[in-house]
Design a protein around this ligand. Structure first.
Ligand code: GLV
Ligand code: GLV
Length: 338
Protein backbone atom coordinates (compact mmCIF):
# COMPACT_ATOMS: atom_id res chain seq x y z
CA UNK A 1 0.00 0.00 0.00
CA UNK A 2 1.02 3.61 -0.57
CA UNK A 3 2.76 5.51 2.27
CA UNK A 4 0.34 7.78 4.06
CA UNK A 5 0.94 11.45 4.80
CA UNK A 6 -1.24 13.61 7.02
CA UNK A 7 -1.38 17.38 6.53
CA UNK A 8 -3.19 19.51 9.11
CA UNK A 9 -4.17 22.31 6.69
CA UNK A 10 -5.02 22.95 3.08
CA UNK A 11 -1.83 24.51 1.74
CA UNK A 12 -1.28 27.46 -0.56
CA UNK A 13 -1.12 27.22 -4.37
CA UNK A 14 2.29 25.85 -5.26
CA UNK A 15 2.72 23.84 -2.08
CA UNK A 16 -0.68 22.22 -2.54
CA UNK A 17 0.24 21.41 -6.16
CA UNK A 18 3.57 19.83 -5.18
CA UNK A 19 1.71 17.70 -2.67
CA UNK A 20 -1.08 16.68 -5.03
CA UNK A 21 1.45 15.79 -7.74
CA UNK A 22 2.36 12.87 -5.45
CA UNK A 23 -1.16 11.48 -5.30
CA UNK A 24 -0.11 8.51 -7.39
CA UNK A 25 2.49 7.34 -4.90
CA UNK A 26 1.14 8.68 -1.60
CA UNK A 27 -2.10 8.43 0.32
CA UNK A 28 -2.72 12.06 1.25
CA UNK A 29 -5.04 12.84 4.16
CA UNK A 30 -5.63 16.53 4.72
CA UNK A 31 -7.64 18.52 7.26
CA UNK A 32 -10.12 20.61 5.32
CA UNK A 33 -11.39 23.52 7.37
CA UNK A 34 -10.49 27.10 8.17
CA UNK A 35 -10.40 26.15 11.84
CA UNK A 36 -7.30 24.58 13.37
CA UNK A 37 -7.10 20.84 13.00
CA UNK A 38 -9.01 19.02 15.73
CA UNK A 39 -6.93 16.84 17.99
CA UNK A 40 -9.25 13.86 17.77
CA UNK A 41 -9.13 14.01 13.95
CA UNK A 42 -5.34 14.18 13.99
CA UNK A 43 -4.92 11.28 16.41
CA UNK A 44 -7.31 9.15 14.42
CA UNK A 45 -5.87 9.94 11.01
CA UNK A 46 -2.23 9.79 12.09
CA UNK A 47 -2.62 6.01 12.45
CA UNK A 48 -0.31 4.38 9.94
CA UNK A 49 1.20 7.66 8.70
CA UNK A 50 4.77 7.83 7.42
CA UNK A 51 4.86 11.61 7.50
CA UNK A 52 2.88 14.39 9.19
CA UNK A 53 2.92 18.06 8.23
CA UNK A 54 1.82 20.20 11.20
CA UNK A 55 1.12 23.83 12.07
CA UNK A 56 2.42 25.49 15.25
CA UNK A 57 -1.04 25.04 16.77
CA UNK A 58 -0.71 21.22 16.62
CA UNK A 59 1.00 19.56 19.59
CA UNK A 60 3.47 16.88 18.53
CA UNK A 61 4.09 14.64 21.51
CA UNK A 62 4.31 10.99 22.59
CA UNK A 63 0.55 10.66 22.28
CA UNK A 64 0.59 11.63 18.60
CA UNK A 65 3.67 9.57 17.75
CA UNK A 66 2.18 6.55 19.44
CA UNK A 67 -1.10 7.05 17.60
CA UNK A 68 0.85 7.18 14.33
CA UNK A 69 2.92 4.06 14.92
CA UNK A 70 6.46 2.78 14.29
CA UNK A 71 6.48 3.44 10.54
CA UNK A 72 6.43 7.23 11.13
CA UNK A 73 9.55 8.81 9.63
CA UNK A 74 9.06 12.55 9.57
CA UNK A 75 7.31 15.53 11.13
CA UNK A 76 7.43 18.67 8.99
CA UNK A 77 6.46 21.83 10.86
CA UNK A 78 5.13 24.92 9.09
CA UNK A 79 7.05 27.18 11.52
CA UNK A 80 10.41 28.32 12.77
CA UNK A 81 9.45 27.70 16.41
CA UNK A 82 9.42 24.10 17.60
CA UNK A 83 8.20 24.51 21.18
CA UNK A 84 4.96 22.70 20.18
CA UNK A 85 7.08 19.64 19.43
CA UNK A 86 8.54 17.26 22.01
CA UNK A 87 11.93 16.78 20.48
CA UNK A 88 12.95 13.98 22.83
CA UNK A 89 9.95 11.91 21.80
CA UNK A 90 10.97 12.23 18.14
CA UNK A 91 14.59 11.40 18.85
CA UNK A 92 13.62 8.31 20.82
CA UNK A 93 11.68 7.02 17.82
CA UNK A 94 14.15 8.14 15.15
CA UNK A 95 11.60 10.49 13.61
CA UNK A 96 13.17 13.38 11.67
CA UNK A 97 11.98 16.96 12.13
CA UNK A 98 11.79 19.57 9.39
CA UNK A 99 11.04 23.28 9.97
CA UNK A 100 11.19 26.63 8.15
CA UNK A 101 13.70 28.86 9.96
CA UNK A 102 15.18 30.85 7.09
CA UNK A 103 12.41 31.95 4.72
CA UNK A 104 10.51 33.96 7.34
CA UNK A 105 13.43 35.95 8.73
CA UNK A 106 12.79 39.13 6.73
CA UNK A 107 9.04 39.15 7.37
CA UNK A 108 9.43 38.80 11.14
CA UNK A 109 12.24 41.35 11.25
CA UNK A 110 10.01 43.81 9.37
CA UNK A 111 7.24 43.26 11.91
CA UNK A 112 9.73 43.82 14.73
CA UNK A 113 10.51 47.26 13.36
CA UNK A 114 6.79 47.97 13.00
CA UNK A 115 6.17 47.04 16.64
CA UNK A 116 9.08 49.14 17.90
CA UNK A 117 7.87 52.21 16.03
CA UNK A 118 4.25 51.63 17.03
CA UNK A 119 5.22 51.24 20.69
CA UNK A 120 7.53 54.24 20.78
CA UNK A 121 5.38 56.52 18.62
CA UNK A 122 2.08 55.35 20.11
CA UNK A 123 0.65 54.15 16.81
CA UNK A 124 -2.13 51.99 18.22
CA UNK A 125 -3.13 54.47 20.89
CA UNK A 126 -3.18 57.39 18.42
CA UNK A 127 -5.25 55.59 15.83
CA UNK A 128 -7.70 54.34 18.45
CA UNK A 129 -8.38 57.93 19.49
CA UNK A 130 -8.99 59.06 15.94
CA UNK A 131 -11.32 56.13 15.29
CA UNK A 132 -13.27 56.97 18.44
CA UNK A 133 -13.77 60.52 17.14
CA UNK A 134 -11.53 62.10 19.80
CA UNK A 135 -9.33 64.11 17.43
CA UNK A 136 -11.47 67.28 17.71
CA UNK A 137 -10.81 67.24 21.48
CA UNK A 138 -7.06 66.91 21.00
CA UNK A 139 -5.89 69.67 18.65
CA UNK A 140 -2.21 69.83 17.65
CA UNK A 141 0.01 70.55 20.61
CA UNK A 142 3.81 70.37 20.95
CA UNK A 143 3.56 67.46 23.34
CA UNK A 144 0.56 65.71 21.81
CA UNK A 145 1.20 61.96 21.59
CA UNK A 146 4.93 62.31 22.02
CA UNK A 147 7.08 59.28 22.63
CA UNK A 148 10.75 58.31 22.66
CA UNK A 149 12.81 58.45 19.45
CA UNK A 150 14.61 55.44 18.03
CA UNK A 151 17.75 57.34 17.01
CA UNK A 152 20.39 57.00 19.70
CA UNK A 153 18.73 54.05 21.43
CA UNK A 154 20.51 51.13 23.00
CA UNK A 155 18.74 48.02 21.75
CA UNK A 156 18.92 44.89 23.88
CA UNK A 157 18.18 41.46 22.46
CA UNK A 158 17.05 38.46 24.47
CA UNK A 159 18.11 35.81 21.99
CA UNK A 160 20.27 36.74 19.03
CA UNK A 161 19.49 34.38 16.19
CA UNK A 162 18.58 35.08 12.59
CA UNK A 163 15.47 37.14 13.26
CA UNK A 164 17.09 39.25 15.97
CA UNK A 165 20.07 39.90 13.74
CA UNK A 166 17.89 40.77 10.74
CA UNK A 167 15.99 43.20 12.99
CA UNK A 168 19.26 44.80 14.08
CA UNK A 169 20.33 45.08 10.46
CA UNK A 170 17.22 47.19 9.82
CA UNK A 171 17.66 49.23 13.02
CA UNK A 172 21.14 50.33 11.95
CA UNK A 173 19.42 52.52 9.35
CA UNK A 174 17.61 54.31 12.20
CA UNK A 175 20.99 55.23 13.72
CA UNK A 176 20.67 53.43 17.01
CA UNK A 177 23.64 53.87 19.33
CA UNK A 178 24.49 50.38 20.51
CA UNK A 179 23.24 46.82 20.58
CA UNK A 180 23.67 44.25 23.34
CA UNK A 181 22.50 40.67 23.28
CA UNK A 182 21.98 37.78 25.66
CA UNK A 183 22.14 34.21 24.42
CA UNK A 184 22.24 30.93 26.33
CA UNK A 185 25.95 31.67 26.79
CA UNK A 186 26.02 35.04 28.60
CA UNK A 187 29.03 37.22 27.92
CA UNK A 188 30.18 35.14 24.97
CA UNK A 189 30.32 36.50 21.44
CA UNK A 190 27.57 35.15 19.20
CA UNK A 191 28.65 32.08 17.24
CA UNK A 192 26.70 32.71 14.09
CA UNK A 193 26.74 36.25 12.77
CA UNK A 194 24.33 35.64 9.90
CA UNK A 195 24.74 39.06 8.32
CA UNK A 196 28.33 39.80 9.35
CA UNK A 197 26.98 42.64 11.51
CA UNK A 198 29.34 42.41 14.45
CA UNK A 199 32.26 43.02 12.11
CA UNK A 200 30.73 45.53 9.74
CA UNK A 201 28.32 47.76 11.71
CA UNK A 202 29.68 51.09 12.87
CA UNK A 203 28.13 50.80 16.33
CA UNK A 204 29.15 48.53 19.21
CA UNK A 205 27.37 45.14 19.19
CA UNK A 206 28.26 43.31 22.39
CA UNK A 207 27.30 40.24 24.40
CA UNK A 208 25.54 41.05 27.67
CA UNK A 209 26.42 39.35 30.93
CA UNK A 210 22.87 38.87 32.14
CA UNK A 211 19.18 39.59 31.61
CA UNK A 212 19.59 42.31 34.27
CA UNK A 213 22.06 44.12 32.06
CA UNK A 214 19.68 43.93 29.09
CA UNK A 215 16.88 45.30 31.29
CA UNK A 216 18.82 48.17 32.82
CA UNK A 217 20.74 49.40 29.76
CA UNK A 218 18.23 49.05 26.92
CA UNK A 219 15.83 51.64 25.50
CA UNK A 220 14.32 48.92 23.34
CA UNK A 221 14.21 45.30 24.48
CA UNK A 222 13.52 42.72 21.78
CA UNK A 223 12.47 39.22 22.85
CA UNK A 224 13.61 36.91 20.07
CA UNK A 225 14.63 33.72 21.85
CA UNK A 226 13.10 30.27 21.58
CA UNK A 227 10.66 29.25 24.32
CA UNK A 228 12.31 26.65 26.58
CA UNK A 229 12.03 25.89 30.31
CA UNK A 230 14.94 28.35 30.76
CA UNK A 231 13.27 31.24 28.94
CA UNK A 232 9.73 30.87 30.28
CA UNK A 233 8.97 34.10 32.21
CA UNK A 234 12.53 35.28 31.64
CA UNK A 235 10.88 38.70 31.56
CA UNK A 236 8.94 39.17 34.77
CA UNK A 237 8.56 41.63 37.67
CA UNK A 238 12.28 41.90 38.44
CA UNK A 239 13.12 42.52 34.81
CA UNK A 240 10.51 45.26 34.43
CA UNK A 241 11.66 46.94 37.67
CA UNK A 242 15.15 47.27 36.20
CA UNK A 243 13.96 48.68 32.86
CA UNK A 244 14.16 52.36 31.99
CA UNK A 245 10.95 54.38 32.31
CA UNK A 246 11.02 55.33 28.62
CA UNK A 247 11.93 51.86 27.37
CA UNK A 248 9.70 49.63 25.25
CA UNK A 249 9.60 45.87 25.12
CA UNK A 250 8.89 43.89 21.96
CA UNK A 251 7.99 40.20 21.76
CA UNK A 252 8.17 38.45 18.40
CA UNK A 253 9.14 35.06 19.87
CA UNK A 254 6.68 33.17 22.06
CA UNK A 255 4.19 34.59 24.55
CA UNK A 256 5.31 32.77 27.69
CA UNK A 257 8.80 34.33 27.63
CA UNK A 258 7.05 37.41 29.10
CA UNK A 259 4.99 37.12 32.28
CA UNK A 260 1.80 38.90 31.15
CA UNK A 261 0.62 39.82 34.66
CA UNK A 262 3.99 41.44 35.35
CA UNK A 263 3.79 43.32 32.03
CA UNK A 264 0.32 44.65 32.83
CA UNK A 265 1.59 45.89 36.22
CA UNK A 266 4.70 47.47 34.67
CA UNK A 267 2.53 49.37 32.18
CA UNK A 268 -0.04 50.30 34.82
CA UNK A 269 2.64 51.70 37.12
CA UNK A 270 4.52 53.47 34.30
CA UNK A 271 7.63 51.43 34.96
CA UNK A 272 8.12 51.21 31.19
CA UNK A 273 6.84 53.28 28.27
CA UNK A 274 5.18 50.64 26.15
CA UNK A 275 5.08 47.21 24.61
CA UNK A 276 4.72 45.75 21.14
CA UNK A 277 3.59 42.14 21.07
CA UNK A 278 3.10 39.71 18.22
CA UNK A 279 2.59 36.88 20.70
CA UNK A 280 1.17 36.51 24.20
CA UNK A 281 0.57 33.78 26.76
CA UNK A 282 -2.61 31.80 26.10
CA UNK A 283 -3.04 33.10 22.57
CA UNK A 284 -5.38 33.00 20.73
CA UNK A 285 -7.73 32.99 23.72
CA UNK A 286 -7.50 36.70 24.46
CA UNK A 287 -10.99 38.02 25.17
CA UNK A 288 -11.99 41.67 24.90
CA UNK A 289 -11.87 42.06 28.70
CA UNK A 290 -8.27 40.85 29.00
CA UNK A 291 -6.31 43.35 31.17
CA UNK A 292 -3.58 43.75 28.55
CA UNK A 293 -6.16 45.30 26.20
CA UNK A 294 -6.87 48.01 28.77
CA UNK A 295 -3.27 49.19 28.36
CA UNK A 296 -3.22 51.98 25.74
CA UNK A 297 0.57 51.72 25.40
CA UNK A 298 0.50 48.06 24.50
CA UNK A 299 0.28 47.18 20.83
CA UNK A 300 -0.88 43.59 20.37
CA UNK A 301 -1.23 41.88 17.01
CA UNK A 302 -2.37 38.27 16.51
CA UNK A 303 0.86 36.36 15.76
CA UNK A 304 1.36 37.76 12.26
CA UNK A 305 5.16 37.94 12.26
CA UNK A 306 5.64 35.80 9.17
CA UNK A 307 2.38 36.85 7.54
CA UNK A 308 3.49 38.18 4.20
CA UNK A 309 2.00 36.48 1.17
CA UNK A 310 5.45 35.66 -0.17
CA UNK A 311 6.72 34.21 3.11
CA UNK A 312 3.68 32.05 3.80
CA UNK A 313 3.90 30.62 0.28
CA UNK A 314 7.56 29.85 0.82
CA UNK A 315 6.93 28.29 4.25
CA UNK A 316 4.23 26.07 2.74
CA UNK A 317 6.48 24.97 -0.09
CA UNK A 318 9.44 24.26 2.17
CA UNK A 319 7.24 22.34 4.61
CA UNK A 320 6.05 20.06 1.81
CA UNK A 321 9.61 19.65 0.54
CA UNK A 322 10.76 18.72 4.06
CA UNK A 323 7.90 16.23 4.36
CA UNK A 324 8.72 14.55 1.06
CA UNK A 325 12.46 14.50 1.80
CA UNK A 326 11.75 12.90 5.16
CA UNK A 327 9.73 10.10 3.56
CA UNK A 328 12.59 9.07 1.31
CA UNK A 329 15.58 9.76 3.57
CA UNK A 330 16.70 12.75 1.49
CA UNK A 331 18.17 16.04 2.63
CA UNK A 332 15.61 18.57 3.89
CA UNK A 333 15.59 22.30 3.21
CA UNK A 334 15.99 22.73 6.99
CA UNK A 335 16.14 19.96 9.54
CA UNK A 336 16.31 20.23 13.32
CA UNK A 337 19.18 18.32 14.85
CA UNK A 338 17.49 16.30 17.55
C1 GLV B 1 5.95 31.49 14.04
O1 GLV B 1 5.80 31.87 15.17
C2 GLV B 1 6.71 30.34 13.69
O2 GLV B 1 7.21 29.64 14.59
O3 GLV B 1 6.84 30.08 12.48
C1 GLV C 1 4.21 69.01 12.01
O1 GLV C 1 3.31 68.63 11.29
C2 GLV C 1 4.92 70.25 11.77
O2 GLV C 1 4.55 70.97 10.84
O3 GLV C 1 5.86 70.50 12.53
Amino acid sequence: SKPKVVVTRQLIDEAQRILEDRKGELEIVQWNSEKPCERAWLLENAKGATGILVMLSDQVNDELLQAAGDQLKVIASFSVGTDHIERAALKKRNVRLGYTPTCLTDAVADLTVMLILMAQRRGGESMAKVIKGEWPQMPWHPLLMTGPQIRGCTVGFLGFGRIAQASLQRLLAFRIKRAIYLTSKPGQPVKEDHFNLVKTANIPIEPAQSADQIASESDVVIVGCALTPDTKHLVSTDFFKKMKKLAVIINIARGPVIDTDALVKALDQDQIFGAGLDVIENEPNIQADHPILKQPRCVLVPHIGSATIETREQMATESVENLLAGLTGKEMVNEVEL
